[in-house]
Each structure stands twice: as C-alpha cells, then as structure tokens.
Write a protein that binds this ligand. Structure first.
Ligand SMILES: Cc1cc2nc3c(=O)[nH]c(=O)nc-3n(C[C@H](O)[C@H](O)[C@H](O)COP(=O)(O)O)c2cc1C
Ligand code: SF4
Ligand code: SF4
Length: 269
C-alpha cells in the first residue's frame, strides 16, 4: 500500500510525530499540507493527516485540505491529532467532515505533546516534555501495524463534557481566528532579521521599516512567535515571561520548507 502523509505544524510536534511514523510504514512519503483553495488529486492508496489541535478542533487549513481532496475510491484514511492533552472532539469533527465527503476515516489517534499555546504558559517541565515524546514514540510503534493492515477503529476523543463544552467554544471562536493576530506585537529586541515573515505558512506577515506587521489572515499556528530568534514577538500581556518552545529535533529549515511548500503547493494542477 502506497501511503502519503500530509503534515501541518507550528512548532514541529506534528512534524516530529509524522517523521517517527513514516519509516514504520513501508513506502510512506511525507509532505507539508498546502492551504488548498482548489482541488488536489492524490493517487496514494492510503492518506494520513497529521495536524495540531487548535482551540479544541480542526485548524482551517485542515478543513480546507479535506474539502479539496480528490482521491481514488477505497483510499484508506487515518489521522493523528497532535495536542497538549485536550484533543476534545477534534477527531470526531474530522470524522464527520470526511463522512460528508464520502471519505471515511479508518482511524484517528490523539498524540499528547508539549503545549505550544504560549498565551496560557510554557511547554511545562522538561521531564514531562520528555515523557510525552517517549509515549508518543510508543504510540507510533503501536499504530504502524494496524495502519499497514488497513484496520478500522473508533477515533480517540476526550471526555464527553469536554467534547460538548469545548466544541461549543471552538464553534464560537473559529470565525474570528484569522484576526486574532491583532494581539501580536513586537518588542525592542527585534533586529529585523525577517525570519517571522519567512516562517509563516500563511504568508500573513509583511515587513515594514524592518518590523513585522500582521495581515489578518492568521492561522494561529504561533510559528512566528515561537521561532523568532530574539524572542521579540509577544501575544497579549503575558508571553513576555513565558519560555518559547519548539520540538528539539525540528529546525528552522524545516519550517522554512513548510512555508515554501505552501507558496508553491505540490500536486496542484
Ligand atoms: C491556537 C492554538 C490552540 C490550541 N488549542 C489546543 C487545544 O484545544 N487542545 C490541546 O490539547 N492543545 C491545544 N494547543 C496546543 C497544540 O495543539 C500542541 O502544542 C501541539 O502539539 C502543537 O503541535 P505543532 O508543534 O505541530 O504545531 C493549541 C495550540 C495553539 C497554537
Ligand atoms: S523574527 Fe523576531 S527579530 Fe526577526 S524580524 Fe521577526 S520579530 Fe524581528
Ligand atoms: S502570523 Fe504567526 S500565528 Fe499567524 S499564521 Fe503566520 S506564523 Fe502562524
């Protein structure tokens, strides 16, 4: 079975999970998930979608991707919702979305990794981060076999109360995500390197007089803030005192490749 993995990431957690899985799945290829505004034809026998959970649900990029995917009949789909402990109903949401397109999701797994949602704090103690990496590695080992055998299972989800309450919060906030970038600001540590502009997968940053400005088509991946080498980008009032995070085995070059892949999406007619 030829498997194609599509990954979206802000701080490398999802990319790292995808990279752990790819070698376990014979012939699996790994690509960055483009932001689709027109259909993408994928010829693989199996497709894996690996994404970060945002605000207890699917980021817009993932929704666009599913909505524009054109596949062969009988394509095998699985998903990995990379999160910080609250996947809530993100995989249920994905299952429903895919069903509306007659693309049934065979399996959906939650992977708990360190949090990159810095407005609520840092990624947590190092030993907790390392435990999460270890557990994610073990889970990857456990799912490779079932994926290769084309098995079908119920998707992972959070407790019922979370699914109900947080899905409501998701629905309320989703229409406004693109303009949440109004909360970003840059402090005087900025040295005008331009990395924030280059790393943004959404092309949402423009430089003006050597400083970044946000253009209100933000996906809230937080790559700009987390990858700024000067830690000069802030969000609201609290991030000044919180440590930055990205996965230790994912590098700026990976993020630049993601942004580039998005500007020149592969596979588009
Ligand atoms: C805007 C935003 C919203 C988030 N919402 C959630 C959430 O609802 N539940 C959760 O467990 N983690 C949430 N997170 C944390 C990320 O899902 C988590 O850190 C993930 O591992 C990041 O993956 P990445 O490095 O591939 O982007 C959120 C992160 C961001 C940036
Ligand atoms: S990445 Fe940071 S230092 Fe570089 S231009 Fe952007 S805000 Fe300034
Ligand atoms: S502006 Fe920052 S948070 Fe928004 S999409 Fe770009 S990199 Fe992600």
């Amino acid at each position: 079975m030829e498997i194609r993995l599509y990954v979206y990431t802000g701080t490398g957690n999802s990319l790292w999970v995808a990279r752990q899985l790819a070698p376990q799945l014979k012939d699996a290829t790994l690509e960055f998930m483009p932001y689709l505004s027109k259909d993408l034809k994928v010829e693989a026998d199996g497709v894996g979608i690996i994404f970060p959970v945002h605000i207890w649900g699917l980021p817009m990029r993932v929704i666009q991707f599913i909505n524009h995917l054109q596949v062969k009949p009988e394509t095998y789909f699985f998903a990995m919702a990379v999160n910080a402990g609250q996947p809530a109903a993100s995989l249920v949401q994905m299952n429903k979305l895919m069903s509306t397109r007659q693309l049934p999701l065979a399996m959906g797994y939650s992977f708990v990794m360190p949090s990159n949602y810095i407005p609520w704090g840092g990624p947590g103690p190092i030993d907790t981060q390392q435990r999460r990496y270890r557990e994610a590695q073990e889970k990857v080992q456990a799912i490779a076999g079932p994926v290769l055998r084309g098995e079908r299972k119920k998707v992972d989800k959070g407790p019922l109360w979370q699914n109900i309450l947080f899905s409501l919060f998701y629905k309320m906030s989703f229409p406004y995500v693109y303009k949440l970038d109004k909360n970003f600001w840059v402090d005087d540590k900025c040295n005008s390197c331009g990395i924030c502009e280059q790393v943004c997968p959404a092309g949402n940053i423009g430089m003006s007089n050597g400083k970044p400005g946000w253009l209100h088509r933000c996906e809230q991946c937080l790559a700009c803030l987390q990858w700024c080498p000067q830690e000069a980008i802030q969000y609201g009032k609290k991030t000044v005192r919180y440590p930055r995070y990205h996965h230790p085995e994912v590098f700026l070059q990976d993020m630049l490749e993601q942004a580039k892949a998005n500007k020149d999406p592969m596979g588009l007619p």
